[in-house]
Design a protein around this ligand. Structure first.
Ligand code: CP3
Length: 645
């Protein structure tokens, strides 16, 4: 009798998925292939190249290497453009601080000296202690530090370095991300949760993280860990096993030689015994759950016209939603607003959910955007935020001087903006199952402009002055904003949004070269950190001249305003990206006939090309009649041009 006969075996292997499935079949098992990673070409590691330019120019004072794999990958990425010896020569001139034995092994192999040794257990605490003890040898105050990250960022370390006066450049190195098609992985997770899988095989360390990430999107990470206790867990080798243990998953099997063949043999040999024991000792946890529904709901959302368009897939009708679709133009909102100040509304999940869902349903939009504001993050920096009736937002203590910026605390958005995640969870439950929910944040430039100007601005004089007069300080401010925005957006994804929009509303004020130099790296850092977990939208106004650069920041969808034709914009950003736009919001102040004509003109221009999300060029204006908005949405749905290809 073959060892895996009658057993269903999940494999998370990607590249050699077929091979592993064949091996499982040879042992009589039924393989469930659930690829869980996608390779990122090394030459796409833009952060690495930006960092290397700075390194060569002598702009990095100290380089901290966090991991062995990351160090190796960093050099391999650079090798796609530069000769190995040149890279080593450049590195030999640097002050390098490796975190522990793994990066040290590579440095020794490459004959690259390093400045300090960090004692065990080599966590961020020991790294900071080491710097504290070696202030003379490797000072941090006022110095530019670069931190190589692999897989996950290390915010505690970055914070600590910044607290010691260093400027920190994070250099994330990527080799793997989630696969484009998450369907098989989600189905495998569902089967595990339903108790219909007996063995799972992990063949690299990254898989542990990715599988849990996808489970988390389904709201089932904790339940998955429980369900896995009833399953035989095979791990290909020690690195994979320690990654699993770190996540609270205990491997049952690890072959002597870390290869797929021996892993399957070991599973065939031991799985049945282990299963018998597990069933005796851990008595099956109650697994009948609502996960089936969660997965079905996720499939439904994935098939929504909005998300399909984000993925450039054909849709039956053109999806449409409107920026500021929930707001003052709607009586329902004004009634609530009459009694409650704006900020209080934002912090009340029931009100937020009600406003978000009502607006989407009333106008029939194909997506909802969580009711909130891009400036709430400013409160986490302790700057004081008010919304004065009629005057727009006001920041009580704007940042203007070096001291103001140095003094900005690390913004803890995970707890400071927890109310947004709470509201997202509730809204997700109340929205119809096939309506995606969009989360959002302001882009670093636009948020910085409010922080500096103290409120809405016309010419952005103070912002421009800081940018041009003190570049280091400018980058430090934008880095702080980006560092706060990343965990904020991750929290929104964890809470259940299906897409993220980054509003860079006023970025069009900048010349292209200024945008590229002062803003693009920070926005790009945010998109990269989101790792394509959900589709991303990048929006700015008056930004025709920036579209090409904005597209480089990494969003899947580019939002354009009404000052450009969609096809022109598209040819600049490239047809591998979806586009969102672009009816002039002033048209909505006219009448249904005029609106229909204008909407049809845009639909005709796009003429059914997949990847168009209909929207306004900017937000709905407060004086807009609701009937006009409804007429617009209706027209887009009725007049959509479906193209058979
Ligand atoms: O449906 C939705 O889009 C609602 C959620 C939402 C709001 N603000 C609610 C809001 C979103 C996505 C925003 C984004 C936002 N906020 C941007 C980017 C989009 C854009 O319009 O460019 C910007 C620049 C802000 C900053 C902001 N917040 C301003 C300039 C103002 C005052 C002027 C205005 O448009 O109302 C706000 C306040 C604000 N944000 C209100 C609402 C409903 C009005 C508050 C009130 O009722 O007094």
């Amino acid at each position: 009798m073959k060892g895996l006969a009658g057993l269903r075996v999940v494999s998370f292997e990607s590249r050699f998925s077929k091979t592993l499935a064949d091996l499982i079949r040879l042992q009589g098992g039924e393989p469930l292939e659930a690829p869980s990673m996608k390779e990122v070409p090394l030459e796409n590691n833009t952060h690495v190249f930006d960092f290397y330019e700075k390194l060569k120019a002598g702009k990095i004072d100290v380089l901290i290497l966090l991991t062995g794999v990351g160090t190796k990958t960093l050099v391999e990425a650079l090798e796609t453009r530069f000769p190995r010896e040149t890279i080593f020569e450049t590195l030999r001139r640097q002050t390098i601080v490796p975190r522990g034995p793994k990066p040290i092994r590579f440095l020794k192999e490459w004959s690259i000296p390093y400045a300090l040794t960090v004692p065990e257990p080599n966590t961020w605490r020991e790294i900071l202690d080491t710097f504290d003890k070696n202030k003379k040898k490797v000072p941090l105050k006022g110095r530019q530090a670069a931190v190589q990250e692999y897989g996950v960022a290390n915010p505690a370390l970055v914070e600590g370095l910044e607290a010691r006066g260093a400027l920190v450049l994070s250099v994330p190195v990527y080799r793997w991300t989630l696969p484009d098609d998450l369907g098989p992985l989600r189905r495998a997770i569902q089967e595990i949760l339903d108790g219909r899988v007996q063995v799972v095989l992990f063949t690299t360390a990254v898989q542990a993280e990715n599988v849990l990430k996808v489970a988390q999107q389904l709201g089932a990470a904790e339940r998955l860990k429980i369900a896995l206790k009833n399953v035989v867990i095979g791990s290909v080798g020690p690195d994979t096993s320690s990654a699993l243990k770190e996540k609270g998953i205990l491997p049952d099997i690890e072959p002597e030689s870390p290869k797929m063949g021996p892993l399957v043999m070991a599973a065939a040999d031991k799985a049945k015994n282990i299963l018998t024991n597990k069933n005796k000792t851990e008595c099956a946890v109650e697994l009948k759950s609502d996960v089936m529904d969660l997965v079905a709901a996720q499939d439904k959302l994935d098939e929504s016209v909005f998300l399909k368009a984000c993925r450039l897939e054909k849709t039956s009708t053109t999806p449409v939603w409107l920026m500021r679709q929930a707001g003052r133009y709607m009586k329902d909102y004004r009634d609530i607003r009459e009694k409650t100040p704006f900020l209080d509304i934002c912090k009340n999940k029931e009100l937020v959910a009600e406003i978000t869902v009502t607006a989407q349903q009333k106008i029939g939009a194909d997506a909802a955007i969580i009711f909130s504001d891009i400036l709430l993050i400013v409160e986490c920096f302790g700057l004081g935020l008010e919304y004065l009736k009629g005057d727009g937002p006001s920041i009580t203590r704007p940042v203007r001087t070096a001291q103001d910026i140095e003094r900005l605390p690390e913004a803890d958005t995970r707890s400071g903006l927890k109310f947004v995640s709470d509201a997202i969870r509730l809204t997700r439950r109340l929205l119809k199952a096939d309506i995606p929910l969009i989360g959002f944040a302001g882009a670093p430039f636009t948020v910085a402009s409010y922080m500096i100007e103290g409120g809405s601005a016309v010419n952005f004089e103070k912002t421009m002055a800081l940018m041009k007069q003190n570049e280091k300080l400018w980058h430090r401010l934008l880095e702080k904003i980006a560092s706060a925005t990343i965990p904020y957006l991750r929290a929104q994804m964890d809470a259940g949004v299906q897409a993220i929009q980054l509003f860079d509303s006023w970025v069009g004020k900048l010349a292209a070269e200024d945008y590229e130099r002062y803003c693009l790296p920070h926005s790009r850092r945010i998109f990269e950190a989101l790792e394509n977990r959900v589709p991303t939208i990048h929006f700015g106004t008056g930004a025709n001249h920036l579209l090409k650069l904005m597209a480089q920041a990494g969003a899947a969808v580019i939002g354009v305003d009404h000052s450009t034709g969609l096809n022109d914009a598209w040819s600049v950003i490239g047809h591998d990206k979806a586009i969102q736009g672009n009816l002039d919001p002033k048209i909505l102040l006219t009448d249904p006939d005029t609106i229909r004509k204008a909407a049809k003109k845009i639909l005709a221009e796009v003429s059914g090309r997949p990847g168009h999300i209909f929207n306004l060029g900017h937000g709905v204006l407060p004086d807009t009649p609701v009937e006009n908005v409804i007429a617009l949405i209706q027209t887009v749905h009725d007049e959509s041009i479906a193209v058979d290809s």
